[in-house]
Design a protein around this ligand. Structure first.
Ligand code: FAD
Length: 378
C-alpha cells in the first residue's frame, strides 16, 4: 500500500502524524522534511535565550526517535521538486515516490524587508532551530540588538533579550506595540513595561538602510535618524510557503487554499499549519494547527469531520507584562470597551449587537481568559 506522505516536520506535520497514528496504526507513513526532522516547540524560540537554552536543548527528539514513536519513515534534508497530483506521486531527491494521500505542512517564511546597504544581508530572523542557533552565535560577546517590528514576536524577543542582559531598540512604523491586536490601553501597558526594562522605542519610522561599521551595524531610519546595533533582528511577519503547491497548480491565495476537510484543490492533497488558508484565514498559531490536525487525522482515516475552530486566545510571552489576546475576527464591526484597574487592563471587543467578540487582558486579569472565552459568541 502506498504511504500517507507528510511534507514538513514542524508542529503541524508532527501533530497530524501523532493524531493520525491514534486512529490508524498500520498504514505506512512517510514524513519528508527540508530540515533535520528534530521535534521542537517553535514558540520556545522567543523565550529561550534568557534560560541559556541551546538549539540542541530545544530539540527534544531526533528524527530517529520520532520515526520510532510514530512507526514512520522520516527522510530529513529532502528536496521535493514536483507534485504530480494526477498520478499521486512526488519527486524527492530526483526520484519519484507514490503516495496514497499527500499532506503539505510546509510552514511560512519570514517576510524580508527590501533594505539597502552592505549590511542588509546581516539582518536576521528566527523562524526555526537553525535560525535560533545562528542568532545565539551572533549574540555571543555582543550587547545591543535592534528589532524591526513591534508585533507579538518582536516584543517577545525584546523581553527575552532584556532579561538576558542585552540592550534593545525596537523600530516600527506604527504608533504602539501590537497595534493590530490590542486596544491602545493594553499596548500602552506593554510599552511601559518593556520600556521600564530598557527598550528604546522608535515608532512612526522604519529601517531603510543597514550598513556595516567598524563596530557592528548602522541602521538608517526613514525619519533620517541613525541607530547603531551589534545585531539586527527582523520580526515583521511571515508569508505562507506556497511555491511547491503553486508549481502543482493548486489554488493559492494568502496560503494554500483548503476546504473544511483540509483538502486542497487537487484530490488526495491536503494542507495544514502556517502554509494553509482555511476558512479564508491563514492563522499562524499553535491552537489552529492542532484543530486542523485533529480534523485532518479523522478525514484521512475515513471518518467524517469538519474543521471548526473553538475560541483561541493567544498568550503573549512577555513576562514583563503578562498578556492574553483574543482578537475579533477581521472585519468584525464593534468597538473596544476598556477598563483600567490596579491589576492591569481588561479590554472587551463588543460587536454592534452587544455580543463579546474578542478580548485583551493584561496583568492579573489574564486569569479571566477562560471565563471570557466562554462568553464569546454566546
Ligand atoms: P514550521 O514549524 O515552519 O514547519 C515547516 C516544516 O516544513 C519544516 O519541517 C520545514 O523544514 C518543512 N519544509 C518547508 N518547505 C519544505 C520543502 N519545500 N520541502 C520539504 N520540507 C519543507 N504560536 C502560538 O500559538 N503561541 C506562541 O507563543 C508562538 N510563539 C512563536 C514564537 C516564534 C519565534 C515563532 C517564529 C512562532 C511562534 N508561534 C506561536 C507560531 C507557531 O510556532 C507556528 O504557528 C507553528 O509552529 C507552525 O508550525 P508549522 O508546522 O506549520 O510550520
Amino acid at each position: 500500500m502506498n504511504p500517507l506522505i507528510i511534507i514538513g516536520t514542524g508542529l503541524a506535520g508532527y501533530t497530524l502524524a501523532r493524531e493520525w497514528r491514534k486512529l490508524d496504526t498500520t498504514t505506512p507513513l512517510h514524513l519528508l522534511t527540508a530540515d533535520d526532522g528534530s521535534f521542537y516547540s517553535k514558540p520556545m524560540l522567543s523565550n529561550a535565550l534568557n534560560g541559556k537554552k541551546t538549539a540542541q536543548q530545544l530539540a527534544t527528539k531526533s528524527a530517529m526517535q520520532m520515526a520510532q514513536e510514530l512507526n514512520a519513515e522520516i527522510t530529513p534534508h529532502a528536496s521535493i521538486s514536483a507534485i504530480d497530483a494526477a498520478q499521486r506521486s512526488i519527486t524527492v531527491n530526483g526520484r519519484s515516490m507514490a503516495y496514497s494521500s499527500l499532506v503539505l505542512a510546509l510552514g511560512a517564511d519570514p517576510i524580508r524587508l527590501p533594505l539597502q546597504g552592505d549590511g542588509a544581508d546581516a539582518v536576521m530572523s528566527v523562524n526555526d532551530l537553525g535560525d535560533y542557533a545562528r542568532f545565539r552565535a551572533a549574540l555571543e560577546g555582543k550587547q545591543h540588538v535592534a528589532i524591526l517590528g513591534a508585533g507579538l514576536i518582536g516584543c517577545e524577543f525584546a523581553n527575552d533579550l532584556l532579561a538576558a542582559g542585552y540592550r534593545v531598540d525596537i523600530v516600527d512604523p506604527g504608533d504602539r506595540p501590537l497595534s493590530t491586536l490590542l486596544p491602545a490601553e493594553a499596548s500602552a501597558q506593554l510599552q511601559n513595561a518593556l520600556g521600564e526594562l530598557g527598550v528604546s522605542w522608535h515608532f512612526g519610522t522604519k529601517a531603510e538602510k543597514v550598513e556595516r561599521t567598524e563596530n557592528g551595524l548602522r541602521l538608517t531610519l526613514s525619519d533620517g535618524s541613525a541607530l547603531d546595533a551589534d545585531v539586527v533582528l527582523s520580526a515583521i511577519g511571515l508569508r505562507a510557503r506556497t511555491a511547491l503547491a503553486a508549481s502543482a497548480a493548486l489554488d493559492i491565495k494568502r496560503g494554500i487554499v483548503v476546504d473544511d476537510q483540509l483538502k486542497c484543490s487537487a484530490d488526495g492533497v491536503y494542507a495544514l499549519g502556517d502554509c494553509a488558508e482555511a476558512q479564508g484565514k491563514v492563522l499562524p498559531f499553535v491552537m489552529p494547527l492542532m484543530q486542523q490536525a485533529r480534523t485532518l487525522a479523522k478525514v484521512l482515516s475515513g471518518t467524517a469531520a469538519e474543521l471548526a475552530y473553538p475560541v483561541m486566545p493567544v498568550v503573549v510571552k512577555t513576562p514583563a507584562c503578562p498578556l492574553v489576546v483574543c482578537p475579533p475576527a477581521p472585519g468584525t464591526s464593534g468597538s473596544w470597551q476598556v477598563e483600567r484597574t490596579e491589576q492591569g487592563v481588561r479590554g472587551r471587543f463588543v460587536g454592534d449587537a452587544g455580543n463579546l467578540c474578542g478580548f485583551a487582558l493584561t496583568g492579573t486579569h489574564t486569569a479571566e481568559k477562560n471565563a471570557l472565552a466562554q462568553q464569546i459568541g454566546v
